[in-house]
Design a binder for this molecule. Structure first.
Ligand code: GCU
Length: 431
């Protein structure tokens, strides 16, 4: 057999616009068979085609079916004046049909969810987002349960090896401004992403992968779901639980899904795969999220697959240093949110995530919204120069983009932008 080069991969990120390779993006409004998409009905077919391409070439496949039970474990009636804090469990069972013989040995997966809900006669709209370090890190509440799942060893007082500990209470509070969110009339629902699937490479075995094992085993190897698909599946399970638990007083038809960074990639995919999410929010999601892959600016497909081999499916590695061979690009992922409200947020110093590439793919998704009846002119005509110079918010109906001054982070200002879009699109309850 031919000798395989053992040379380590040397990666140097490109940050020079003039060195971006010439590229041609896959068409948004043209089917695989060449026919043009001109109306909503044709878009529905095209949408399915794009969704399948992302499953097969990027994220991997999860079952359509979910077997979910839900149970409230704590109700703190006046956690803050006018706000109830709930903790509830989402229990994900192995799915029935593909379990021949094996079902008995597979344990259900239990997720711990926290929800702050403004008290009101009407069920509240909500923002659901995964957190990086555990529910106990969103504020100092001594009652919030500490996750028992694997966490990244932070080598500080918030972790003991790979376990979360008391010292972590409140450490992520700047990212979760619950008071702001509930004051504006929204519930905040959050859970630790590692409860769904631990964020390390174990060959698609643990977490949700264990629960779905019989389903995953019958897939071709290169279509097995990575962690992003697993986290997204978990988000859909949480939405199932919200539907079941009417005592939360959250309106399941007005739940937006939000995520930062790797969890922003996840929010985009969750919103694409599950159209029950009423709004999709990508904060600094970058490569594999909102940023156009073909620009190869900052983080690239090759780099992300080498650093995080467990996030995507194995097919995705075919596009390492070979983005132009991808049958999709990220503007199509954003378009899968249409006609629902979509917010894409970037930060000026977050070059690794390619803010301009995030803006461009947001803009290039507008034709899908246009086909579905939105007046897309304000989006399609804004120049990149304008976007970079104004560092403000650009919006047109359900599509919003903002560039924040500063670093890779989920900041209060980002939340304000997202809640503004929610006010314009989600605040009215559906009769
Ligand atoms: C790394 C990774 C990014 C990811 C980020 C994060 O920087 O390269 O793709 O978005 O981690 O999740 O914070």
């Amino acid at each position: 057999s031919p000798a395989v080069s053992q040379e380590p991969f040397k990666f140097v990120a490109n940050y020079d616009e003039s060195k971006i390779p010439a590229y041609e993006l896959p068409a948004l409004l043209e089917s695989g068979d060449g026919s043009k998409i001109q109306n909503a009905q044709q878009w529905q077919q095209r949408r399915q085609e794009i969704l399948t391409l992302f499953e097969d070439h990027v994220f991997g496949v999860v079952p359509d079916e979910r077997r979910v039970e839900a149970e409230v474990v704590r109700t703190d009636r006046d956690y803050r004046p006018g706000v109830t804090r709930f903790e509830f469990d989402v229990i994900i069972h192995p799915i029935a049909e593909s379990t021949v013989g094996e079902q008995a040995s597979i344990q259900p997966l239990r997720l711990q969810v926290l929800a702050d809900v403004p008290q009101s006669s009407e069920p509240a709209p909500a923002i659901l987002g995964l957190n990086f370090q555990g529910n106990h890190t969103i504020d100092s509440d001594p009652k919030t349960r500490i996750t028992e799942s694997w966490v990244r060893n932070r080598r500080n007082s918030s972790t003991d090896g790979n376990r979360a500990i008391e010292g972590g209470r409140g450490v992520a509070s700047s990212r979760w401004p619950s008071e702001l969110i509930t004051q504006r009339g929204y519930a905040l629902v959050t859970l630790y992403y590692g409860d769904i699937d631990p964020d390390y490479d174990d060959g698609f075995e643990n977490g949700i992968h264990g629960t779905l094992r019989p389903f995953i085993q019958q897939l071709p190897d290169n279509k097995r779901p990575g962690s992003i698909a697993g986290w997204s599946y978990g988000l859909s399970c949480v939405l199932d639980a919200i539907e079941q638990l009417s005592e939360l007083n959250i309106d399941p038809e007005r739940v937006g899904v939000l995520g930062h960074s790797r969890l922003g990639k996840t929010a985009l995919w969750a919103g694409a795969a599950d159209t029950r999410f009423a709004m999709v929010i990508s904060n600094d999601s970058g490569c594999g999220g909102a940023a156009l892959s073909r620009r190869a600016f900052g983080e690239t497909v090759g780099r992300i697959n080498r650093s995080f081999p467990h996030w995507f499916n194995d097919q995705y590695t075919q596009y390492n240093e070979n983005e132009s061979a991808m049958p999709v690009d990220q503007h199509q992922l954003i378009a899968l949110a249409a006609p629902r409200p979509i917010a894409v947020g970037s930060a000026t110093q977050d070059e690794w995530a390619d803010p301009k590439g995030e803006f461009l793919s947001w803009q290039l998704a507008a034709p899908a919204y246009r086909v579905l009846g939105m007046n897309a002119k304000a989006v399609e005509t804004v120049s990149t120069a304008k976007m970079l110079e104004q560092q403000g918010v650009i919006n047109a109906g359900p599509m919003q983009y903002h560039l924040r001054e500063g670093k890779h982070d989920l900041a209060k200002y980002d939340w304000e932008c997202y809640l503004d879009l929610a006010d314009r699109t989600l605040s009215q309850s559906t009769p």
